[in-house]
Design a protein around this ligand. Structure first.
Ligand SMILES: *Cc1c(COP(=O)(O)O)cnc(C)c1O
Length: 439
């Protein structure tokens, strides 16, 4: 028998430590959603109430929950082989996925290193970059440049690249010292803001070039800090700067990859091929924790000699279950024309957020592909509470709309039905009005 809601909450509050959650407040005050089932763009709780999943469950379920083809691929693989290491061994899912990924990736990325999640995909990139320069006789190049407000994951290396002050603060002094440059400010005119950001990056590279291993960027949108968007031109200029200063360009597509911003990869939409590309989240359509780091052939070649070996690899590297599902994800993108079908939905999101941008109290409404975001106050903060007011109202109206502080955003599954998307956008509008005291 299924235990009831109260029993599950009692167990949860007695035993489970939740991510990114002030736990005292959670235990005392929060009435969590208790989800029993998920399908397409909807979550269903134990009492049968359904919620539209506005953020694809932390940005992973790009193809919706329990896509039948992914479930079938997982079931089939589970019946044959759930796991074997990739140490001196290979298998069909890992080998075929490698080929499919390289074919789907921006041209020039030719080798795939598997790991477990977005953070490890970035950790691999960091270690690769440091060791690459050592292998080619430039061991002094081991510093990194990232953007203020950047988010690249949870491991210590990835945390070093974290430009979100609240997330980084507890580990200050324990993480690598990186160089942070400001992204374009939303408070300034677009052209000027981008020019300033470019100049800052140019200066950092010109000064630190002899010791900089790589520039690491979230392409076109900085997700976790509050869906801050910037122009493709800045990415192209970053590519040119990296080339001019012999610095690697690492692009973290963990959030933006798999069609989130319109094209399959945000960097490719901008016409940029990175030296290293990190993918995760939508990699398995949100079914299993697995990720990959793709590199150019020249990087790979620098590791061929025995003394240059990359001594790195997680227990579940190339896991057959994850690989089989990830391979099916790429097939679904192609055969079901996911990107083409998402385009009209992206247009609806853009229009809805433009309209909400006109509401008094709303600032900086923006949209890109299947992302729409707005600030509920100028200078929106991650620790702000306005988004949580909207969250409560949206929940009442049947939408799971987790905010980023004062920032409200949607990043629904690319496969969301148009009528469900319209329902979602209407609930967002009403929740925004409610949060601003106009509802
Ligand atoms: C979420 C995220 C990560 C970390 O991925 P996990 O799977 O949570 O470890 C890294 N980079 C970006 C851009 C992300 O959005």
């Amino acid at each position: 028998m299924q235990p009831d809601r109260d029993t599950l909450i009692r167990l949860d509050k007695q035993y489970v430590w939740h991510p990114y959650t002030p736990m005292r407040r959670y235990i005392d005050d929060v009435d969590p959603l208790v989800i029993a089932r998920a399908e397409g763009a909807r979550l269903h709780d134990v009492d049968g109430k359904s919620y539209i999943d506005a953020n694809s469950s932390w940005w992973v379920a790009t193809l919706g929950h329990n896509h039948p083809r992914l479930v079938e691929a997982l079931r089939r693989q589970a019946e044959t082989m759930c796991h074997v290491s990739l140490a001196g061994v290979t298998h069909q899912p890992a080998a075929e996925l490698g080929e499919a990924l390289v074919k789907a990736a921006p041209r020039g990325l030719s080798r795939v290193f598997y790991s477990d999640n977005g953070s490890t995909a970035v950790e691999v990139a960091i270690k690769l970059a440091i060791q690459y320069w050592r292998n080619v006789g430039r061991p002094e190049k081991r510093r990194f440049v990232a953007l203020e407000g950047a988010f690249h994951g949870e491991t210590l290396g990835a945390t070093s690249l974290c430009g979100v002050e609240v997330f980084r603060r507890p580990f200050a002094g324990a993480v690598m010292e990186c160089l942070f440059v400001p992204p374009p400010s939303p408070e300034e005119p677009r052209g000027l803001a981008h020019e300033k950001a470019f100049k800052a990056l140019e200066e950092a590279l010109a000064q630190g070039r002899s010791e900089i291993a790589a520039v690491v960027l979230e392409p076109l949108v900085q997700g976790s800090t509050g869906m801050r968007m910037y122009d493709p031109e800045l990415l192209r200029r970053a590519r040119a700067l990296c080339d001019a200063h012999e610095v690697l360009l690492v692009i973290d597509e963990v959030f933006t990859g798999y069609g989130r911003t319109g094209g399959m990869w945000a960097c490719a939409s901008a016409g940029v091929t990175p030296d290293v590309m990190c993918v995760g989240k939508g990699f398995t359509g949100g079914m299993l924790p697995m990720a990959a780091t793709l590199v150019k052939e020249t990087l790979f070649e620098a590791f061929l000699a025995p003394e240059n070996t990359f001594y790195y690899g997680h227990s579940f590297c190339g896991n057959p279950l994850g690989a089989a599902v990830a391979l099916e994800v790429l097939r679904v993108f192609e055969e079901e024309q996911i990107l083409a079908h998402a385009a009209p939905k992206a247009a609806r999101i853009k229009q809805a957020f433009e309209e909400m941008g006109q509401l008094p109290g709303v600032s900086n409404a923006r949209a890109l592909g299947m992302i729409g975001a707005l600030d509920l106050r100028p200078g929106a903060s991650y620790l702000g509470d306005l988004g949580w007011r909207a969250y409560a109202e949206a929940r009442r109206l049947g939408v799971y709309l987790r905010p980023l502080g004062d920032v409200i955003y949607v990043a629904p599954p690319l496969t969301i039905a148009e009528e469900v998307l319209d329902e979602l956008l209407e609930v967002v509008r009403r929740s925004v009005l409610f949060a601003l005291g106009q509802g």
